[in-house]
Design a protein around this ligand. Structure first.
Ligand code: AGP
Length: 613
């Protein structure tokens, strides 16, 4: 994810861009840059110093020439090309007059670059985005004005984009366009803005408009004009924004947790985007480990804490089933104290949303010290874990502010299952057609999660029904077990109520003694292969007076006989169920916390990142 901003007709262009970039830092900050344009001159500054990039850019701009009324700015979350200044946006065409910024992924960038280089274009970065600058340049050379040049360029581009382009030969104009990646336009008297989201321009623009997929907008100081990819005029939808800044940063939601629960479909799409070549090869651009090394992996050890540990436990099932590799999952804070065995071919994967959890960092350091290769699965680019690991896979879920992790969990499961498919590909433990089918199924999970999100009210109603309950057991089988663990963790950390996750088959080995009227048992019961056994577990607890809540598929007609409340979800492939089934449990926990008056974004005693052992 990246952040983009632009302004035309401003008397304080640079201040507008830098303030906006500061607010867009959550979208990515391994590098940042601005370009200012006036007749015949494009001035650019870029920095790439990790989390301080915007601050460094501000310092760099102290020497900027004055008198520019228009400009664009960008914060980068590297997907293609290292997070270095040479790859920072804005990117220029050969003439140096055209500057572009881009959020998204140009999937056919390689073939386009080849065609452009054959026509003499010279590329200066290792990014997918730079093709846009040269495509626009090509059309401008043919005499098209900027808006038509952008339209002609986007007709040949595949992938996701929110872009903005400027040309020193057409000053006081920015042309912006969107497909999948977010883009808004703002207006004020004599000034027009664009940004990835409203907060970036909230206190400058007075009216706001959403740009939809395949819409192109030309911004001038006096306003804007919009067309579709065919060139036909379109009207932008005006947004009714009455937010203050803090609300705006929550995207209009009451709190960050609600925002992030609702961002899960996008988080999944971003995590999985552009991860498969046309020939079916699954690829992780940022994964600096050779295929031979991956192919020779004999054993995998996943180390993680909290929610990330629950995601790692889901990954164990996928890695063992699809890649036929032996997998262990360790609690980070335990790993290094158990004198772990690391042999040749041991791959250790550190899973961490923040990439700063000291328990996980210390565990992966121990693993490296003992000779293991380490892959970091991190949601933050350039996090400590990512920097120290031999290789990294980014989950691209976007900034997660709420202490209770939600979208990072589903993104971690998706990224780890994708890695399992890659290993299955390398080890030929699954047929290409099976891998393709699973990859397509994985890519459909975002839509299934979106369907579940529409049922929010039903899940919240169950929390209201159970608001007096004080003891909860969450149970599941197979991948339903780590899903149950995650559901229990959400309820614990948000509502401060006692909740435990258990394998359903384990109840009779002790916990059943605790079951009595008033105790709530929440079962993850969506797996057809485990369904009969789960039903009998629920009959056991129901017979002892428990209140039963079941997460069950839409077509499950037998669950109602043993469940007092059913949280319905669409059926999906067994390994994908954690990403779908966790959503009603997130919402249930959230609703219970709100009923109890808890601070859902900042629960007591907890921190978003635990940097102490
Ligand atoms: C999850 O909701 C909690 N915030 C916590 O368990 C968290 O998952 C854990 O601290 C690990 O954090 P990390 O993923 O950043 O390493």
């Amino acid at each position: 994810m990246c952040g983009i901003i632009g302004v035309v007709g401003s008397s304080d262009t640079l201040a507008t861009l830098l303030q906006g970039l500061q607010r867009l830092e959550y979208r990515g900050y391994d590098s940042a840059g601005v370009a200012l344009v006036r007749p015949g001159q494009t001035w650019r500054a870029r920095t790439a110093v990790g989390t301080e990039s915007v601050a460094a850019l501000r310092a760099e701009c102290a020497s900027a020439p004055s008198g520019f009324r228009s400009g664009i700015g960008h914060t980068r979350w590297a997907t293609h090309g290292a997070p270095e200044a040479v790859n920072a946006h804005p990117l220029l065409d050969c003439s140096g007059n055209i500057a572009i910024i881009h959020n998204g992924i140009i999937e056919n960038h390689a073939e386009l670059q080849e065609q452009l280089e054959a026509k003499g274009h010279v590329f200066t970065s290792v990014t997918d985005s730079e093709v846009l600058a040269h495509l626009i340049e090509d059309s401008r050379i043919q005499g098209l004005e900027l808006m038509e040049a952008v339209r002609a360029s986007l007709l040949v581009v595949r992938g996701a984009f929110a872009i903005a382009a400027m040309d020193a030969n057409e000053p006081d104009v920015i042309v912006a366009a969107r497909r999948i990646s977010p883009l808004v336009v703002g207006t004020a008297p004599g000034v027009t803005y664009l940004a990835s989201d409203v907060p970036a321009i909230l206190d400058r623009a007075t009216a706001f408009y959403a740009v939809n997929d395949d819409e192109i907008v030309r911004l001038r100081p006096e306003g804007f004009r919009a067309i579709d990819l065919e060139g036909s005029p379109v009207r932008l939808h005006q947004l009714s924004i009455d937010w203050d800044l803090e609300t705006a940063e929550k995207g209009g939601y009451d709190d960050f947790m609600t925002k992030e629960i609702n961002e899960q479909p996008d988080a999944l799409r971003s995590t999985l985007m552009d991860r498969r070549h046309k020939d079916g090869t699954i690829t992780f651009d940022e994964l600096r480990i050779g295929d031979d090394e991956l192919r020779d992996v004999k054993r995998v050890v996943l180390v993680a804490a909290g929610t990330s540990h629950n995601a790692a436990q889901v990954a164990k099932y996928a890695l063992e089933r699809w890649a036929r590799i032996s997998v262990e999952v360790d609690i980070s804070s335990e790993y290094r104290y158990r004198d772990p065995i690391v042999e040749i071919g041991t791959l250790v994967i550190g899973v961490s949303q923040s990439g700063e959890t000291i328990d996980t960092i210390m565990a992966t350091r121990e693993a490296q010290y003992r000779g293991a290769h380490v892959i970091a699965v991190s949601n933050i680019v350039d996090s400590s874990l990512a920097r120290e690991a031999d290789a990294v896979i980014y989950t691209r879920a976007g900034l997660e502010v709420s202490v209770a992790s939600t979208k990072a969990f589903v993104a971690q499961v998706a990224a780890l299952e994708l890695l399992a498919l890659r290993l299955a590909q390398l080890r030929s433990t699954l047929s290409p057609s099976d891998i393709d089918a699973l990859f397509l199924g994985l890519n459909a999970v975002g839509s299934q999660v979106a369907t579940v999100l529409e049922r929010r009210d039903r899940f919240e109603a169950v929390a209201h029904e159970l608001k007096g309950a004080r003891d909860f057991f969450f149970i599941g089988r197979h991948v339903g077990f780590p899903t149950a663990l995650e559901g229990a963790l959400k309820l614990k950390e948000l509502s401060y109520l006692h909740a435990e996750g258990y394998p359903a088959g384990e109840l009779k080995h002790g916990p059943l003694a605790l079951i009595e009227p008033g105790v709530v048992v929440v079962a993850v019961a969506t797996d057809p292969a485990m369904h009969e056994k789960i039903l009998s577990n629920l009959a056991e607890v129901k017979a002892r007076g428990a209140t039963v809540v079941a997460v069950a598929t839409d077509d499950d007609e037998s669950i109602a006989a043993v469940a007092d409340y059913v949280l319905r979800v669409p059926a999906t492939e067994q390994m994908f169920t954690p990403m779908v089934d966790i959503v009603p449990l997130q919402i249930f926990a959230y609703a219970m916390a709100r009923i109890l008056g808890r601070n859902v974004d900042r629960p007591r005693n907890l921190a978003k990142t635990v940097t102490v052992e």
